[in-house]
Design a protein around this ligand. Structure first.
Ligand code: 4NP
Length: 156
């Protein structure tokens, strides 16, 4: 199965979601990638604050490079997670049909008991905002990983 994490710039939140979910899944069965709805940071490494908070939690995202979401990602991926409602709306507008739409979800919907419904954009914030983003993404990826494994087990 192929999973795509999407935020605005693909340098703060979705690189964390990409690295964290990847660390929880068997690479022979799952592929994880990330992209941004905007073209601001194509080819750039993640924000140094995301690299730092990830590395403090033993996850290396420094080799990732920013890219923009493209329509063909709807064909390539099985599940596409939007970090906030604006990202979700932008993706929804690019969907070509019901099948594309069925692949989209708001990331935090996988963690319904969290007080957060979106991952707040930490870009204009400080390290504490990146730590919050890490914690929300980590706890939600834990649930997503569990759901993905039960999904593929039940499919057998
Ligand atoms: P991200 O954060 O969507 O989590 O990667 C942002 C990164 C860059 C910008 C905005 C948000 N920007 O305006 O450049």
């Amino acid at each position: 199965m192929k999973i795509l994490m999407v935020c605005l710039g693909n340098i703060c939140r979705s690189p964390l979601a990409h690295g964290i979910l990847e660390s929880k899944l068997d690479p022979s069965r799952f592929t994880v990638d990330s992209a941004g709805t905007a073209n601001y940071h194509i080819g750039e490494p993640p924000d140094e604050r995301s690299i730092k908070v990830a590395s403090e939690n033993k996850i290396d995202i420094s080799q990732q490079r920013g890219r923009q979401f493209v329509i063909s990602d709807f064909d390539k991926f099985d599940q596409i997670y939007a970090m906030d409602r604006a990202n979700f709306k932008d993706l929804k507008q690019m969907a070509r049909n019901e099948k594309d739409l069925s692949k989209l979800s708001l990331f935090m919907d996988s963690h319904p008991d969290s007080p957060f419904q979106e991952v707040p954009d930490p870009y204009y914030g400080d390290m504490s905002d990146f730590e919050l983003a890490f914690d929300l993404i980590e706890s939600t990826c834990e649930r997503i990983a569990r759901n993905l494994y039960s999904f593929i087990e039940n499919r057998k």
